[in-house]
Design a protein around this ligand. Structure first.
Ligand SMILES: CC(C)(COP(=O)(O)OP(=O)(O)OC[C@H]1O[C@@H](n2cnc3c(N)ncnc32)[C@H](O)[C@@H]1OP(=O)(O)O)[C@@H](O)C(=O)NCCC(=O)NCCS
Length: 185
């Protein structure tokens, strides 16, 4: 399912193919974000890349530590979260202007979080482009469930098939909103 805009081109795989053990295919049995081949997608001047080396930690931390869901998050926590996620950076040339990350077992489940587009780049369809790239990533196909949490951006995700929890009574959570020492909603 895609948004109203055109589907992005097939991803460009970067870097060397992942080497399996002798006799195995090139794809690891249990991929994780650090062993995966980075993938790149283009839309006009903008690039979405899953290459962790391209990410700008300063930009990501600066946004997240001021946003409503992660206010006060320390830089080293952002860095650790990036290391352990499949991250999608959005770039205007070399400048990072957007971000999202996926936490997944690459088999059954994925959680989408920390989605943002820098203010000067909003309203141009870039969140839509980022979401298209995430939802077509080759390691995120055929999952049983995706989840996310949002205060007010439901419309963006709805067009990619996300719905309110159909059985909210079956979900539970542990939530520590003050874990970074700053109150948030
Ligand atoms: C929410 C956010 C990512 C949207 O980025 P964007 O690049 O401006 O979004 P797009 O231009 O791709 O808009 C895609 C569609 O979603 C709609 N949309 C944009 N922001 C929206 C919002 N907050 N709620 C609902 N719909 C929204 C747009 O109208 C557009 O619809 P259209 O295609 O019918 O015109 C951006 O405003 C942002 O970073 N906000 C601050 C962080 C945030 O709230 N992130 C989401 C956390 S869950």
């Amino acid at each position: 399912m895609w948004g109203g805009r055109s589907r992005p081109p097939d991803p460009v795989h970067l870097g060397k193919a992942i080497q399996g053990k002798a006799g195995e295919g090139a794809r690891p049995t249990h991929p994780n974000s650090s062993s995966m081949k980075p993938v790149e997608y283009h839309q006009g001047q903008f690039i979405v890349s899953t290459d962790p080396a391209r990410l700008d930690l300063d930009v990501i931390h600066e946004f997240l530590t001021h946003c409503y869901w992660a206010k006060g998050i320390p830089r080293e926590v952002v860095a650790r979260s990036i290391e352990n996620s499949l991250c999608f950076g959005l770039f205007d040339a070399a400048q990072q202007v957007g971000f999202a990350r996926v936490i997944s077992d690459y088999a059954t489940f994925a959680y989408l979080g920390d989605v943002f587009i820098l203010e000067g780049y909003r309203g141009r369809g870039l969140a839509n482009f980022l979401m298209q790239c995430i939802m077509q990533h080759p390691e995120l196909q055929g999952l049983r469930r995706w989840t996310l949490a949002t205060r007010d951006a439901h419309g963006i995700y709805a067009r990619f098939g996300f719905t309110p929890l159909s059985r909210a009574d079956r979900f539970m959570e542990i939530h520590h909103p003050d874990v970074y020492g700053a109150a948030r909603s």
